[in-house]
Design a protein around this ligand. Structure first.
Ligand SMILES: CC(C)(COP(=O)(O)OP(=O)(O)OC[C@H]1O[C@@H](n2cnc3c(N)ncnc32)[C@H](O)[C@@H]1OP(=O)(O)O)[C@@H](O)C(=O)NCCC(=O)NCCS
Length: 159
């Protein structure tokens, strides 16, 4: 890839740009799979306050070029969350780079089993990274629609 990329820890002032990256990625990637009500739920879940809280309380990584934010992911305790790669940069190994960064931090903190909630869109990605399915779950959203996702885990320390 021609562009120089850096990976760094997020700061609270990054929250608005992160939210923009997350919302754009949700809009582009989820509409084929989820009803609009589920998409609205996801976007509300990734609101500014939750992003700022995770930046302050968790380990939030940003992958960026000089021009823009390209990807992000957060470790909160043993939970990996808010992992997104901007659509035009997907399938280049960047999501994996972010997840390995989170797993490395988790190992450093003594986490033995990493857990996450996988959207239907991200499920094959997490399976490719060695996460196992614990359960399928459904959140009821507006207008009688539902949001289906998977609870996944991975034993750390042998990658
Ligand atoms: C899911 C996501 C983070 C993956 O990031 P990415 O940079 O595209 O993934 P990578 O290129 O690092 O892929 C890593 C591995 O997963 C596999 N993979 C990724 N997406 C896949 C898919 N849809 N189906 C099958 N395999 C997939 C890749 O083939 C690769 O396998 P390899 O290591 O054997 O080569 C990114 O596509 C994304 O942001 N999607 C939309 C948002 C989302 O759902 N985020 C997660 C919230 S739970």
């Amino acid at each position: 890839m021609a562009e120089e990329m850096i990976i760094r820890i997020a700061e609270p002032q990054d929250a608005d740009s992160l939210r923009k990256l997350i919302n754009e990625t949700i809009d582009t990637c989820y509409f084929r799979v989820y009803p609009q009500e589920a998409i609205d739920y996801f976007k509300d879940y990734h609101n500014r306050a939750n992003i700022v809280n995770d930046i302050l309380e968790g380990h939030c990584l940003i992958l960026a070029s000089e021009e823009e934010f390209i990807g992000t992911g957060t470790l909160f305790g043993s939970n990996a969350r808010r992992v997104f790669v901007k659509p035009k940069y997907q399938n280049m190994g960047l999501g994996k780079k972010i997840m390995y960064g989170l797993e490395e931090k988790a190992v450093e903190k003594g986490v033995r089993i990493m857990n996450l909630d996988a959207s239907l869109v991200a499920y094959p990605f997490y399976r490719a990274l060695g996460y196992e399915t614990q359960a399928e779950d459904v959140i009821p959203v507006k207008n009688g629609q539902s949001l289906r996702y998977y609870k996944m885990v991975k034993k750390l320390g042998n990658q």
